[in-house]
Design a protein around this ligand. Structure first.
Ligand SMILES: CCCCCCCCCCCCCC(=O)CC(=O)SCCNC(=O)CCNC(=O)[C@H](O)C(C)(C)COP(=O)(O)OP(=O)(O)OC[C@H]1O[C@@H](n2cnc3c(N)ncnc32)[C@H](O)[C@@H]1OP(=O)(O)O
Ligand SMILES: NC(=O)C1=CN([C@@H]2O[C@H](COP(=O)(O)OP(=O)(O)OC[C@H]3O[C@@H](n4cnc5c(N)ncnc54)[C@H](O)[C@@H]3O)[C@@H](O)[C@H]2O)C=CC1
Length: 717
């Protein structure tokens, strides 16, 4: 709703009141229309101020309403009526003015913002465009180029920049509403004609602006359609009269509004928020579990991961002890950490925060920290030794966390005298860039330990998801099968380029073979050796392409044995111009190697189409996602999807693997898995998961109802 009052006798104050973000629900739109009309009718009122309660102007249209039939007065005529009014209307912007909220403000004649406020048109991130005049009014205010950039990216703009761009007329550090009220009184009687953005003429945009932007977006959008529609709408603003531009904006919105991409992106928006409300099998949940403050942390191991974790902690203002036993690694790690922090400082025009890090070679220096994150080699014996020592060195209430990517958190907890204080904090590489954090709870992890790790993740700017303890947790457990299918496809006749092309067309930033070259093929090699799949631990009595009773592809192992480890050695699945090269080229040598390999094992190459690549790679991953839900390792499909979107490059406009399964149709996923399982009986994980079968038996309910079909989560180990 919206409240109305009269101030100083002549100022009509309309205050949006729909916590937490004053979203423009149908009730709010109705109330605004009514209150504006009332203020315009009242002869005592000479000017109007629109603000939001609780320090927030408006978070935009109510996204939850998009899923149902839209009722209530539409935004466009409401905003037009404000702009056409004969009394000056001033928007007092505190907190945020996003989407429809900014469009409402653009309909006002003046905008005053608090210096901490942010404005923006983030509709593109929801698969939409700003369809309440935003694509037509903003370019008339800022000029075409800045508006195009803001609308196609959805970037949030801080008030000082908004002032420079002309989006707001004044920025204040005082009480914004009071300043806006004084301002409104001061402009009473001034002509409003020039303040009506719909009447403004647009100056010509630079030549080629739209063509260039469109080309960049097509490359960057990975198949997302909303950014393209945004360019078309802004182009209409630059080339058509206001009314015709509005018609174009509406038509483009109509095509986006019910699209699968918009549904996926809106699902992603709420999924990201739902994972913060975690549940543990023992009944503990975010609502009742209190996090402890972390003032001092420690990171053990300054390799690939440890360095990024140190940077993330420092950026959050936490003082860190960075510990490393290898002198050379300590030196290189220190250099890299400081270099990143100095770059940060340059970017923000601030002093570097390197003073927050203390580098050491002594574990005993960790006696006084609140939380430790161990990031040494993926070696259980080494990690156990470190956890045993930590248990003795660290103060009794310090949390002990591991960044292991697949090892058993309970086994580590068991060697300490405080298993309840142990959790996994699984960051993704590079840890100072990637948004995802899997918080792995063990059998004994206390609610306080989970809450602290989740809260710390939030403070570091991560999207944190609480997951159960099993080999590979959620992300890597699913990933393993996806990679394996890609290797099988090579055995059967595909090339790395064909597989990657299909995955990139689907929307992944990089195909799986390019990713593998980037990370280094030796990473997986080490894991497979540890698992007894290659190297000394193999049972050679099994046929060559079978391990532990099922199909196995030794292709990647053979490349590693030749020293073809990916980018770092200039050869892997692709060829690079030099070691460390970034530009993958098809490798004829690799193609010949595949031909020889197939001939050696009597494999007949066949044509493999893109559909098969996608189905084999993605449906096996999705099937494992259902097993993970069935096992209670993830508490809902949103958790799995958030992990894949934020940690594994799954295209956001496809929602995540579980959302994608829902979109494709569960019966189709089931039918194709049955088909592939029949064709490859030696690949057990292609057998459809019991949960998938159960959902199909129950009429394939929509994803928001899947939780009702899940068993209560339990500890897996
Ligand atoms: C045939 C078809 C015809 C087609 C024609 C259709 C015509 C339709 C015309 C419609 C034209 C309207 C166009 C338009 O105006 C579109 C929009 O405005 S879309 C919305 C744009 N706004 C956003 O994207 C902002 C989203 N929100 C945020 O970025 C953050 O929430 C915010 C910065 C505001 C606050 O952040 P924070 O403090 O961190 O809190 P949370 O993010 O956790 O949010 C708290 C709480 O609030 C919920 N929420 C936030 N924003 C909205 C929203 N806009 N609508 C509904 N709910 C919102 C959020 O989900 C949290 O609640 P939970 O319960 O925890 O999920
Ligand atoms: N590399 C990746 O992409 C990811 C790795 N991880 C996990 O993070 C952990 C670390 O991996 P990386 O950083 O890649 O390894 P890395 O090999 O780059 O670095 C490990 C570092 O630990 C140091 N170290 C070894 N023993 C030590 C000890 N006793 N005390 C202090 N330091 C010691 C080594 O000198 C080395 O610098 C592993 O558990 C790995 O599984 C998790 C997510 C992603």
């Amino acid at each position: 709703m919206a409240k109305y009052s009269r101030l100083h006798g002549s100022v009509g104050l309309i205050s949006l009141a729909n916590p937490p973000v004053n979203a423009l629900s149908s009730v709010v739109r109705h109330a605004i229309s009514e209150k504006v009309a009332k203020a315009f009718r009242d002869p005592e009122v000479t000017c109007v101020v629109i603000c939001g309660e609780n320090g927030v102007f408006c978070g935009g249209a109510d996204i939850r309403e998009f899923a149902s039939t839209m009722r209530g007065p539409p935004l466009v005529p409401m905003i037009d009526a404000i702009e056409e009014g004969e009394k000056p209307v001033v928007a007092a912007i505190e907190g945020v003015a996003f989407g429809g909220g900014l469009e409402l403000a653009l309909g006002c004649h003046y905008r005053i913002a608090h210096y901490k406020a942010r404005v923006g048109l983030p509709e593109v991130t929801l698969g939409l465009l700003p369809a309440a005049g935003g694509t037509q009014r903003l370019p008339r205010l800022t000029g075409v180029a800045p508006a195009l950039q803001l609308i196609t990216t959805g970037r949030h703009v801080a008030a000082p920049e908004a002032l420079k761009l002309g989006i707001v007329d004044q920025v204040t550090e005082q009480n914004t509403v009071e300043v806006a009220v004084q301002f409104a009184k001061s402009v009473v009687g001034q002509a409003l004609h020039n303040r009506r953005l719909s009447l403004r003429q647009l100056s010509c945009p630079p030549d080629g602006l739209f063509e260039e932007t469109m080309a960049q977006i097509k490359q960057r959008a990975r198949g997302a359609v909303a950014p393209i529609a945004c360019v078309q709408a802004v182009k209409a603003a630059a080339t058509l009269p206001f009314k015709a531009g509005m018609d174009k904006e509406r038509d483009l919105m109509a095509t986006l509004f019910n699209s699968g991409q918009a549904k996926a992106l809106q699902y992603s928006f709420f999924a990201q928020r739902s994972v913060a409300k975690w549940n543990l099998p023992n009944g503990a949940h975010s609502g009742i579990s209190k996090a402890r403050a972390v003032h001092r942390a420690a990171v053990i191991g300054l390799g690939t991961m440890g360095r990024g974790i140190v940077v993330s902690l420092v950026r959050a203002g936490i003082s860190v002890i960075a510990m490393e036993t290898n002198e050379k690694q300590l030196h290189t790690g220190k250099k890299m950490v400081i270099a990143i922090l100095e770059k940060d400082a340059q970017k923000h025009n601030a002093a570097p925060r390197a003073d927050l890090v203390h580098f050491t070679e002594r574990l005993s220096d960790l006696s006084n920290v609140d939380l430790v994150i161990e990031a040494v080699y993926e070696d259980m014996v080494l990690k156990k030794d470190i956890f045993k020592q930590l248990s003795m060195i660290c103060k009794p209430d310090a949390f002990l966390c591991t960044n292991t990517s697949a090892l058993n958190v309970d086994e580590l907890a068991a060697v300490t005298g405080r298993p309840e204080m142990v959790v996994g904090m699984h960051f993704f590489a590079p840890a100072h860039v990637m948004k995802l954090l899997e918080v792995v709870y063990g059998q004994h992890s206390s609610p306080e330990a989970v809450a602290t790790a989740m809260q710390l993740g939030k403070r570091l700017g991560k999207v944190s998801v609480a997951v159960g303890n099993c080999p590979g947790f959620v992300g890597n457990r699913m990933m393993k099968l996806y990679v394996e299918q890609a290797h099988f496809l090579l055995e059967e006749g595909a090339t790395p380029e064909q597989v990657d092309e299909a995955l990139e067309e689907f929307g992944f930033a990089m195909g799986i073979f390019k990713v593998s070259d980037l990370s280094g093929l030796d990473v997986g090699w080490r894991v497979r050796k540890e698992a007894g799949l290659t190297g000394a631990g193999v049972d050679w009595k099994e046929p060559p392409r079978r391990r532990q009773g099922r199909r196995y592809s030794p292709l990647a192992d053979l490349l590693c044995e030749k020293g073809h480890l990916g980018q770092k050695t200039s050869r892997g699945w692709y060829l690079y111009e030099k070691p460390g090269g970034r530009d993958p080229k098809p490798d004829q040598g690799l193609h010949s190697f595949l031909v020889e390999y197939r001939s050696k094992y009597g494999l007949k190459a066949r044509r493999i189409d893109k559909d098969e690549v996608l189905e084999r790679c993605l449906f096996s991953l999705i099937n494992e996602g259902f097993c993970i839900l069935d096992d209670g390792i993830a508490s809902g499909p949103e958790d799995v999807d958030v992990i894949y979107v934020h940690g594994y490059g799954w295209p956001r406009h496809r929602g995540g693997p579980m959302f994608y399964a829902d979109m494709v149709g569960l019966s189709k996923v089931l039918e194709r898995l049955e088909f592939y399982h029949q064709a490859h009986p030696d690949v057990p994980y292609l057998k459809p998961s019991p949960l998938l079968r159960k959902l199909v038996r129950n009429g394939s309910p929509p994803i928001r109802e899947w939780r009702e079909f899940l068993k209560r989560p339990h500890s897996h180990l």
